[in-house]
Design a protein around this ligand. Structure first.
Ligand code: FAD
Ligand code: NAD
Length: 475
């Protein structure tokens, strides 16, 4: 192993590994140090996203949505399948296979970009040195021209309900359960709580979700959030808002969660608890003495818009810096930094980072919510098109939800797009592209959309913003 590199990336998740690959593509000599540890002690690149986040959760969401549809919808299509049974071991095996293929794929990508993979722990030292502790415990000090910190994040613990790995689980534990709990408690009605709550509910668990805030999904356009709550409750998620959990006690009957809400003190007794109240940056063991890199009061590495820390040659990207904790946001930051380091152009447009909640119905959005636009004081217009009026959605037996477009009155600029409905996460790509290229609502109106497709919903929402929708009465 050489001790000197052009670029060392610390962290091999979706922010770090793309940074390393792009730096390699740019002709630089690169190493990527990653210390992920699986439950069996083995190492794999890919970070939270590939090992314990995006990929395994989407694998289980897909499988369990099929179970749900087989049970609830096949008969409507005229398909008789008899009793639908779940083989959880096979479902988990399929998920593990997808994770393995994804994480091993990174090693192949590293090889083609000539990136040196280093399994173990990295710690930044002053003067762009990095202390590398390999999995066998051996320590080497490496030198680099530039260092990219991409150490990611970990589940936020709840002091009153500590993780025990048995009954009180974090999101990773919730993905790995080998039996379907009869009663599942979820603390936090955020993205993880709703996605993983949906997984286990569809498999038959009674799921109670305790959310401290009175407002449901405050970061989501509230017209969408209201629609979503209706569907989640129909699925059977028992979502209790304004529920402040004060403690947990384990007994023969399970775990009793004590909480208070506006109506007083309550207890929810469950077999397993998933605590999903947010994530915090992994920066505790990242920096040696005297590096000059600043960490803010919440533990994030302080960076500017270009992800530069203010210390020569030191950048930071992904979940360990400000902004949404999303894999694609980290990826774009990693690629931007690798291009900037090579003297190329690099930029992340933070105004067009899409978000997706992979429940059924799916939720996706980009730009500002109606509440944010209203608060900004800018005059706006709104177009809404329900999937009920979409021929393709009806044919799919997926006509719940709508597409909503918000545009400025003065210059027709698209300010936000919010979709709740089938394939929302795929449909939002068109809105991201439109906003990236500063398209107006009229530009979308004049763009031909194939019929019958779900994407027509966005077309019609753009038309509806000017009361010119064709397939739905304008209001
Ligand atoms: P991470 O993925 O956390 O990777 C950081 C890596 O660095 C890890 O391997 C870690 O072990 C390693 N590391 C840390 N410190 C050191 C060190 N000092 N030395 C060496 N290695 C170190 N986002 C989406 O966009 N879409 C989704 O669908 C989605 N689903 C999710 C589902 C779940 C259940 C969870 C938990 C998260 C999900 N996320 C999703 C969020 C997404 O996983 C994160 O935003 C993303 O993984 C952040 O990427 P990162 O590279 O910054 O950090
Ligand atoms: P989150 O911030 O989405 O939601 C946490 C929820 O817990 C919030 O609603 C919050 O009000 C609530 N909460 C906080 N403290 C509480 C308490 N003491 N009692 C009850 N409720 C409490 O966080 P998350 O769901 O843990 O997800 C973490 C991150 O991972 C998010 O930033 C998210 O962007 C990312 N993620 C993304 C996806 C996706 O893109 N589909 C999926 C999963 C996770």
């Amino acid at each position: 192993m050489s001790d000197s590199y052009d670029v060392i990336v610390i962290g091999g998740g979706p922010a770090g590994y793309p940074a390393a690959i792009r730096a390699g593509q740019n002709g630089l000599k690169v190493a990527c140090i990653d210390g992920w540890k699986n439950y069996d002690g083995s190492h794999a690149f890919g970070g939270t996203c590939l090992n314990a986040g995006c990929i395994p959760s989407k694998a289980l969401l897909e499988s369990t949505e099929l179970v749900h549809r087989a049970r609830e919808e096949f008969a409507v299509h005229g398909i008789k399948v008899g009793k639908v049974e779940v083989d959880l071991a096979q479902m988990q095996k399929r998920k593990a296979g997808i994770v393995k293929a994804s994480t091993q794929g990174i090693l192949a990508l590293f090889k083609s970009a000539k990136v040196t993979p280093l399994a173990g722990h990295g710690r930044l030292l002053p003067d762009r040195k990095v202390e590398y502790t390999a999995l066998d415990g051996s320590v080497t000090v490496l030198a680099a021209q530039q260092v990219v910190l991409a150490s990611g994040s970990a589940p936020m613990p709840l002091r009153s309900v500590p993780f025990d790995g048995e009954r009180v689980l974090d999101s990773w534990g919730a993905l790995e359960m080998s039996a379907i709990p009869k009663r599942l408690g979820v603390i936090g009605a955020g993205v993880i709580g709703l996605e993983l709550g949906s997984v286990w509910r569809r498999l038959g668990a009674e799921v109670v979700v305790l959310e401290a805030m009175d407002t449901f999904l405050p970061m989501v356009d509230q017209q969408v959030a209201k629609e979503a709550l209706k569907h989640y409750r129909k699925l059977g998620l028992d979502i209790r808002l304004g529920a402040k959990v004060s403690g947990a006690s384990s007994g023969a009957d399970g775990v009793s969660l004590a909480y208070t809400d506006a109506s007083g003190e309550h207890t929810a007794t469950v077999d397993r608890v998933v605590v999903a109240i947010g994530r915090r940056p992994n920066t505790e063991a990242l920096l040696g003495e005297g590096t000059g890199v600043a960490i803010d009061e919440r533990g994030f590495v302080v960076v500017n818009e270009q992800c530069w820390t203010g210390v020569e040659g030191i950048y930071a990207v992904g979940d360990c810096v400000r902004g949404p904790m999303l894999a694609h946001k980290g990826k774009e930051e990693g690629v931007m930094v690798a291009d900037l380091i090579a003297g190329r152009y690099g930029e992340v447009n933070y105004r067009t980072v899409p978000s997706v909640i992979y429940t059924a119905p799916e939720i996706a959005w980009v730009g500002q919510t109606e509440e944010q636009v209203k608060a900004s004081g800018r005059a706006y217009k709104v177009g809404v098109f329900p999937f009920m009026a979409s021929g393709r959605a009806r044919a799919m037996e997926a006509s719940a939800g709508f597409a909503k477009l918000i545009a400025a009155v003065d210059d027709d600029e698209i300010l936000g797009v919010h979709i709740i409905g089938p394939m929302a996460g795929e449909l939002i790509g068109e809105a991201v592209l439109a906003m990236e290229y500063s398209a107006s609502a009229e530009d979308l109106q004049r763009t031909i959309h194939a019929h019958p497709t779900l994407s027509e919903a966005l077309h019609e929402a753009a038309l509806a913003a000017d009361k010119r929708a064709i397939d739905f009465p304008n209001r």
